[in-house]
Design a protein around this ligand. Structure first.
Ligand code: FAD
Ligand code: UDP
Length: 366
């Protein structure tokens, strides 16, 4: 049995059914499949990502080949801007962003220093840039204008209280490349994510039961193995206390104009209470006289009220997670997986890669 019909649970179900030829039940408390990558077409035939913007990107040939069995792809390079001092500058911060904010002569000087220190077309974490003596003024400027306000809004804590890996997700790029991601493969499933998930579940050996909460099941001991992709602290009834998660409030608005903004996503590090506005028709280049955007308001996760979208990566939370994990160390009939089961800030490709690994190590060869 698999708890959670998100990407992680579905990859494992697909492998069990299609390669082991064994029956598998997959349950989800939500009324739909696909977890947080669920999308649907609205009345204007625009594909909406119900749980916020999802752009697929990977350098893993294995993940790309695996998912390509279930979908065709629409090439898509995610473009993001950030509102800084009243201007929309390209993100990740790169030489184009620099040229919008500083006079030409200063930019030339910075560019020369950056290339000398890091080389051309490199991704450098803002935290690494802050350690540079030569570039400290620029690093402090970017940190203040792009990272501090956004991070405090998004996480409700200071950047110093988060693992370095969080801010490093959006590096400084020493070129004129405006793409948000630098991966080899960047694309959106042509028919949307939900259609891809439907195809993965298309095997009579897989039974999907929606609006079904694991907590309410009384016959769980009849299953050979349980793969649990929900929150690990909830599984253990919060016996060591709750692990922190961050949630979001999405405000979807339809505007009666062809476009609302210049690119898919605009971030607001310093202004307003929302962090970003996403315009959905850009993902699959859909045409409509109307357009739909979502405003994202980060908030605290509250059990039963909203959804746990983000684990909060830092050493204190990791230690609490490890305490929960140690409870199951002698029990190989329950396997924890996914963004919530492993308390890891996985992108889609990382979730797939890890699910394939769990399947082959802990299920197929167990
Ligand atoms: P989930 O999708 O969360 O699935 C877990 C499922 O388990 C849920 O459907 C839940 O209802 C169910 N469940 C939990 N507890 C129970 C229970 N007790 N009983 C029954 N069911 C239960 N990744 C990218 O690569 N690119 C992006 O652009 C990107 N953007 C993102 C934007 C946002 C706002 C968020 C939140 C994530 C984004 N991601 C992105 C990450 C991506 O969503 C995840 O990697 C992926 O969805 C993880 O899948 P999962 O199956 O592990 O978790
Ligand atoms: N970040 C920021 N300013 C931005 C974009 C990102 O400070 O304009 C920081 C912030 O801490 C954020 C993290 O980088 O949570 C990761 O950003 P990403 O775009 O990867 O977030 P996600 O799409 O996962 O919400």
């Amino acid at each position: 049995m698999i708890v959670g019909c998100g990407l992680t649970g579905v990859v494992i179900a697909e492998r069990i059914a299609n390669t082991l030829k064994k029956p598998v039940l997959i349950v989800d408390r939500r009324a739909h499949i696909a977890g947080n990558i669920y999308d649907y077409k609205n009345k204007d035939f625009i594909t909406i990502h119900k749980y916020g913007p999802h752009a697929f990107h990977t350098n893993s040939q294995k993940v790309w080949d695996y998912l390509s069995q279930f979908t065709k792809w629409e090439p898509y390079f995610h473009k993001v801007e950030a509102m800084v001092d009243g201007q929309n500058i390209p993100l990740p911060f790169n030489f184009n962003s620099l040229n919008m904010l500083f006079p030409k002569a200063i930019c030339e000087e910075f560019e020369e220093k950056i290339i000398k220190e890091y080389g051309y077309s490199r991704s450098v974490s803002i935290l690494e840039l802050l350690e540079s003596k030569e570039l400290n003024f620029l690093a402090e400027y970017i940190y203040e204008k792009v990272f501090v306000g956004y991070t405090v809004k998004q996480w409700g804590i200071e950047p110093s209280e988060l693992d370095r890996s969080v801010l490093s997700r959006v590096p400084f790029v020493s070129s004129r490349n405006n793409c948000y991601f630098q991966d080899k493969y960047q694309a959106i499933p042509s028919g949307g994510y939900t259609k891809m998930i439907e195809k993965m579940l298309d095997n009579p050996l897989i039974e999907v039961r929606l609006e079904c909460d694991y907590k309410k099941l009384t016959d769980t001991n009849k299953y050979e193995k349980i793969i649990y992709t929900g929150m690990i602290d909830e599984f253990y009834e919060f016996k060591f206390g709750a692990l922190p998660y961050r949630s979001l409030d999405f405000d979807f608005v339809t505007y009666g104009s062809e476009f609302f903004q210049r690119c898919t996503q605009v971030n607001y590090p310093n202004n307003f209470d929302f962090t970003r506005i996403t315009e959905y028709k850009y993902f699959l280049k859909e045409k409509s006289a109307n357009t739909v955007v979502s405003y994202e308001y980060p908030c605290e996760f509250k059990l039963g009220i909203n959804d746990p979208y983000y684990p909060v990566p830092n050493s204190k939370n990791q230690a609490l997670y490890e305490r929960y994990r140690s409870l199951g160390k002698d029990n190989d009939s329950v396997i924890f997986a996914g963004r919530l089961g492993e308390y890891k800030y996985y992108n889609m490709d990382q979730a797939v890669e890890r699910a394939l690994e769990i399947f082959s190590k802990d299920i197929a060869n167990a």
